[in-house]
Ligand binder design. Structure first.
Ligand code: PMP
Ligand code: GLU
Length: 391
């Protein structure tokens, strides 16, 4: 079978690959602890499920408008405006099949071949690949754990060329858990002010998951360039709705219209019943979000302390999302040649699934999700400590 060249240019999603591997081992009866995929272990809150059942009962099972139902688009616009100080209406919002799909439509609508997108690294596995799928060129802005993964004006300004379309932001960050402070966001605003065509794309899927720090919106911190900030968000993480597949994008009307055209010739509308559920998630009571957050925070502290106690492991305390991103490079020597081999070793020897840092452009590191039970956090980190000791 001849497969198109475009597929060969794309790396498969490593986060999804690790989760499939762990699931396969588990099906074979191996007791694997999965710190791989970033997915809340909680069930979708009852009020959301009930809204979906009620929607089915009243006959929501037909096509909706391509960009989503009018009431969901309006609710998303209002909720995003409250968070970002923007003035979006329903016409500035398009609902898609998860935030990953929002990003796919967005880059397909924005990029011509060779257009550049600046991506601070370590970064989520899918950003460089989606940019490349759309014909763009990812330009990596390297950040360092010593700086708590922050970057300054000079580091960003240096990478801007006449081909730069956008800078990609993700705060809290997957995989580092970094939450950008106002200073970093102001540096972005200054670079945007100096480059009138430069856009910022902000993926805020983890914005409600912050622990003891405040989340800031790049649009709110830089109102003078807010009309060039494109918002990407969704319900997967905050509302434990990964499988429902609903994400959003808000931005200029022309852009949303272009994304609507692409979506109208590919997936049509996102699932009607999932849209009804997402509406209940956003507009309904938010207490389950707070409860889940409090539990993530407890697990975060335990995972962080346990990993930090392992000799030669370096780790910046995560402030948001649900990942720890330790530097295991001290253990990537001899028969373990790199972080990919180390992740394999931890799976075989320790029966713990982690995602190798290489997927996030950070060789020597590993990403561990603490969106799993406290018992498994304790047991899994103990297994890792033991497996590393044996090296
Ligand atoms: N952005 C980031 C940073 C993520 O970690 C994820 C994980 N799924 C997504 C976007 C996409 O989420 P979804 O497609 O489930 O809405
Ligand atoms: N975003 C989650 C992760 O990074 C889910 C899997 C994916 O979409 O990459 O693990």
């Amino acid at each position: 079978m001849k497969i198109a060249d475009r597929v060969a240019r794309i790396q498969p999603s490593l986060t999804l690959a690790v989760s499939a591997k762990a699931a396969k081992l588990r099906a074979q009866g191996v007791d694997v602890i999965a710190f791989g995929v970033g997915e809340p272990d909680f069930d979708t809150p009852d009020n959301i499920k009930e809204a979906a059942i009620a929607a089915l009962a009243r006959g929501v099972g037909k096509y909706t408008p391509v960009s989503g139902t009018a009431d969901l688009r309006k609710a998303v616009a209002e909720e995003l405006n409250a968070a970002h100080g923007t003035k979006h209406g329903a016409e500035n919002v398009i609902v898609s099949v998860g935030a990953k799909h929002s990003l796919f439509n967005l880059f397909m609508a924005l990029l011509d071949d060779g257009d550049e997108v600046i991506i601070p690294s370590p970064c989520w596995v899918s950003y460089p690949e989606i940019v490349a799928m759309a014909g763009g060129t990812p330009v990596i802005l390297q950040t360092r754990p010593e700086d708590r993964y922050a970057f300054d004006h000079a580091a960003l300004a240096r990478l801007v060329t006449p081909r730069t379309r956008a800078i990609m932001l993700n705060s809290p960050c997957n995989p580092t858990g970094t939450v950008y402070g106002k200073e970093t966001l102001r540096a972005i605003g200054r670079v945007m002010a100096a480059n009138p065509n430069l856009l910022a794309i902000t993926d805020d899927i983890y914005r409600r998951l912050v622990y003891g720090v405040e989340w800031h919106s790049v649009a709110k911190v830089n109102p003078e360039v807010a009309d060039r900030v494109i918002l990407v968000d969704g319900v997967s993480k905050s509302y434990a709705m990964t499988g429902w597949r609903i994400g959003f994008c808000a931005g200029p009307k022309e852009l949303v219209k272009a994304m609507d055209t692409l979506q109208g010739q590919s997936t049509t509308n996102p699932s009607a019943v999932a849209q009804a559920a997402a509406l209940a998630a956003i507009t309904g009571p938010q207490d389950s979000v707070a409860l889940m957050n409090a539990e993530f925070d407890r697990r975060r502290k335990v995972m962080f302390e346990r990993l930090r106690a392992i000799p030669q492991v370096k780790l910046v305390e995560p402030e948001g999302a649900f990942y720890c991103f330790p530097d295991f490079s001290a253990y990537c020597t001899g028969k373990i040649k790199d972080d990919v081999a180390l992740a394999e070793y931890l799976l075989e020897k320790g029966r713990v699934a982690v995602v190798p840092g290489t997927g996030f452009l950070a060789p020597g590191f590993a990403r561990l999700s603490y969106a799993t039970s406290m018992k498994l956090v304790e047991e899994g980190t103990a297994r890792i400590a033991q497996a590393l000791k044996e090296l």
